[in-house]
Design a protein around this ligand. Structure first.
Ligand SMILES: C[S@@+](CC[C@H](N)C(=O)[O-])C[C@H]1O[C@@H](n2cnc3c(N)ncnc32)[C@H](O)[C@@H]1O
Length: 240
């Protein structure tokens, strides 16, 4: 498959922002269909690994339409607060609509900002999550350094993303899934080229071991990468 045109998205923050603004109206339905609903389980695992607890102030970076932030809200409850940050305004508008429907109301704040320059004081958050964002930022080390900066000492960030599986046959399955299921399904939504960028973005993404090394270089004290979904996804759990 020729991804050359779609590779224009990679490493270009403006293109990535435009892409996620454009796909915002169908993003949730599409994720649900493509993962057979499993993405909610993976996101719940990330929230568990973040060690968020009632009353905490939490951050979800690259929050998109708010899935992880909304799960964090259920965890921290009415005495806690969740901030969702994304640079795509159309995604944030959907997150806001979804949060408005939560009953009883929980404390959410949606902020349009860059993951590389978070508008928060040092050591502000008790825990953080990031879902399918790290692969998209133009500077992974800078993003992890910034995330570490806003976490309190000993606080944890759980970072969920696609991952290249270790086994050959799972890699082949993943390749088949992306090219035979994801891109044709995206075509039905008129989004084939938008979703063709996943595979090349995965090619340039770090392995689990490299994510751990990068997190430690970014200043985290401990980091572990957990492969999930047969190694097709992974959660980097990094503690300041
Ligand atoms: C694949 S979506 C994931 C959304 C959500 N976390 C989820 O799991 O459904 C990636 C999101 O990251 C955002 N994003 C990518 N790079 C960013 C950056 N540098 N700063 C802020 N948001 C960014 C995009 O706008 C997009 O909403």
């Amino acid at each position: 498959m020729d991804y050359s045109a779609e590779s224009a998205y990679l490493g270009n923050a403006a293109h990535i922002r435009d892409l996620f603004n454009r796909i915002a109206p169908v993003y949730d339905a599409f994720n649900q269909q493509l993962s057979f609903g499993l993405h909610r389980i993976w996101k719940q695992m990330a929230v568990d690994w973040s060690r968020a607890k009632p009353g905490d102030t939490c951050l979800d970076v690259c929050c998109g339409s708010g899935d992880l932030a909304l799960l964090l809200g259920q965890r921290v409850g009415q005495s806690g607060k969740v901030y969702g940050v994304d640079f795509a305004a159309a995604q944030l508008a959907i997150a806001q609509q979804r949060a408005n429907q939560v009953w009883p109301p929980l404390s959410y704040q949606w902020i349009e900002a860059d993951a590389l320059s978070l508008p928060f004081a040092d050591a502000y958050f008790d825990s953080a999550t990031m879902g399918y964002g790290l692969r998209n930022v133009v500077d992974i080390t800078a993003s992890l350094t910034e995330l570490r900066r806003v976490l309190k000492p000993n606080a944890t960030a759980a970072i969920l993303d696609f991952h290249r599986p270790a086994s050959d046959w799972m890699q082949q399955f993943q390749q088949w899934y992306l090219s035979t299921i994801v891109v044709p399904t995206a075509k039905q939504y008129g989004l084939a080229s938008e979703y063709a960028y996943i595979s090349p973005s995965l090619d340039r993404f770090l392995s689990g071991a490299e994510q751990v090394t990068t997190a430690l270089q970014a200043g985290f004290g401990r980091a572990v990468h957990y492969p999930i979904a047969g190694g097709m996804m992974g959660v980097l759990v990094a503690t300041r």
